[in-house]
Design a protein around this ligand. Structure first.
Ligand code: FRU
Length: 510
């Protein structure tokens, strides 16, 4: 929730962060310090489309209620402030603070503009804060890492402490070459080349916003793997922007992938579904993780949009929101570690929960009671599809047109989450979700293969005015999509095709 925003604006999400006014894209500099989570982000302080890139700033103590702060790092005549990360320099290696008051250090991409002698190039720069993120000063020695490249960006920095030693590691991209480049530093000021990863797996667009972190497998800290996140645009699994991940080992110098399916640049990639994807919808991009989170939890946020149509989404003086915060873990499935994701849940212990018990779903539509309707809610549902053709939930439906007939009439609004036991696919169809005409790439049916478990499919769904986030089989697969329905399209229905199916449980929290 943006506690400082005007929540009455049309489509303004309640639980997904959006800037009070104007444009945002990638989450930047995610970090935790002294009881506060900081969310910086790509922001245009002057308008509701991309431009004047600066770091906006919001803070939260619970990852749910966000308070907008003044712009942290503004662009100037020489540079735009592109994406990057931030760290708590606990040992004051940079010397920007003291050992008693360690500095926060932001590592961002200087995208040099026409006022600069370096116009057209991208290099990595620092800004620091000694008042816990309130004010930021650019380092006088910027840039700290320059490859004389027009596409070198999005540094993610973390403290490595392992067999090879203890030092800062930066992962960044040579975006057009589809490469992740790694560097090390003792002090954040001077950087030494380590290695290059890629191109590999999905290469249908530029590589952007990488991340690299270690996680226990199945909670076993003696058995860890490293996860390399590589966002790319276009070339995502659902079309346009998307995030892929590799699982492997990092020896302090080189990332050794255990999940590389294809190497090099793929001209015609037919193996997309075999790669690891952070999300199978259209609207989860530039996802990166927080640093310095207590207890070693790995928390990520994505930009809930897609470069294909981001400039055209319906806007009311603000444009674009972040995803909910997601905790990610590695679990073994089919003998290999895969990411599972769980949203920090705004509805936990909140509101009224309305539950339906086990039910037989007859073929066709079953409209749910009006008190379950809404545009800000969480649904937990479990189905046993049996021999049904498809089974699922109709979200944000227009009750006026359809209630009487029990079937959908052409043009009536709805967003349909369906599971097909025949194909093993979960799909989210937003082709008739409301306003879909603002861009030809927007109407979509996004799909992911998810096997039934004990004959069942479980989904957790978050609706928040202009978005649907689906977590299937306890976060094994997610689908995130924006939707722009009429306020009045808020009805819910269940459906089954063919022989009908069983509903095991269904709960809605408002
Ligand atoms: C990703 C991205 C980054 C870049 C930023 C500019 O969405 O293109 O590569 O740093 O956005 O706003």
């Amino acid at each position: 929730m943006n506690t400082t925003a005007d929540l009455d604006c049309r489509y303004r999400p309640k639980w997904h962060y959006s800037a009070q006014r104007n444009w945002l894209n990638d989450p930047n500099g995610l970090l935790y310090s002294n009881g506060v989570y900081h969310l910086f982000y790509q922001h245009n302080p002057e308008g509701d489309t991309w431009g004047n890139m600066s770091w906006g700033h919001a803070t939260s103590v619970d990852l749910l209620h966000w308070e907008e702060q003044p712009v942290a790092i503004p662009c100037d005549d020489e540079e735009a402030i592109y994406s990057g990360s931030a760290v708590v320099d606990v040992r004051n290696t940079s010397g920007f603070g003291t050992s008693d008051n360690p500095p926060l250090v932001a590592i961002y991409t200087s995208a040099y503009t026409s006022g600069s002698p370096m116009a057209g190039l991208q290099a990595q720069s620092l800004a620091y804060s000694t008042d816990d993120g309130t004010t930021w000063t650019k380092y006088s020695g910027n840039p700290v890492l320059d490859r004389v490249s027009p596409d070198f960006r999005d540094p993610k920095v973390f403290w490595y402490d392992g067999d090879a030693g203890s030092y800062w590691v930066m992962v960044a991209v040579e975006a057009a070459r589809r490469e992740v480049v790694l560097y090390s530093s003792p002090d954040l000021l001077s950087w030494e080349y380590l290695s290059t990863f890629g191109p590999a797996n999905a290469t249908g667009g530029v590589w952007e916003c990488p991340d690299l972190f270690e996680l226990p497998v199945d909670g076993d800290v003696s058995n860890t793997r490293w996860v390399l996140v590589v966002n790319l645009s276009p070339g995502g699994i659902a079309g346009g922007s998307g995030g892929q991940y590799f699982v492997g080992k990092f020896d302090g110098v080189t990332f050794h992938s255990e999940t590389t399916v294809t190497e090099g640049l793929q001209a015609d990639d037919t193996r997309m579904a075999e790669y690891g994807w952070l999300d199978w919808g259209r609207d989860y991009y530039a996802a990166v993780s927080f640093s310095n989170v207590p207890g070693g939890r790995r928390l990520m946020i994505g930009w809930m949009n897609n470069w294909q149509y981001a400039a055209a989404t319906p806007s009311d003086g603000w444009r674009s929101a972040m995803s909910l915060v997601r905790e990610v873990k590695l679990v073994s499935r089919g003998g290999r570690p895969v990411l599972v994701q769980e949203a920090i849940d705004p509805f936990e212990g909140q509101g009224t929960e309305l539950t339906l018990g086990r039910n037989r779903l007859e073929p066709g539509l079953t409209w749910l009671p009006e008190e379950l309707s809404g545009d800000v809610l969480r649904i937990d549902a479990e189905f046993e599809p049996g021999h049904a053709g498809r089974v699922g939930i109709v979200l944000r439906a227009d009750p006026q047109r359809d209630a009487a007939t029990g079937v959908f009439s052409a043009g009536s609004e709805r967003t349909v989450l369906a599971y097909s036991p025949a194909t093993g696919e979960l799909s989210l169809d937003r082709t008739e979700s409301g306003n879909v005409g603002f861009h030809e790439a927007f109407p979509s049916v996004d799909r992911v293969a998810v096997p039934l478990e004990d004959g069942r499919i479980r989904v957790r769904i978050f609706l928040d005015r202009c978005s649907v986030e689906v977590f299937a089989q306890d976060g094994r697969a997610t689908i995130t999509d924006q939707i722009f329905p009429a306020d009045s399209s808020a009805a819910l229905a269940l459906f089954a095709e063919g022989e009908g199916a069983s509903l095991v449980s269904f709960a809605v929290v408002h």
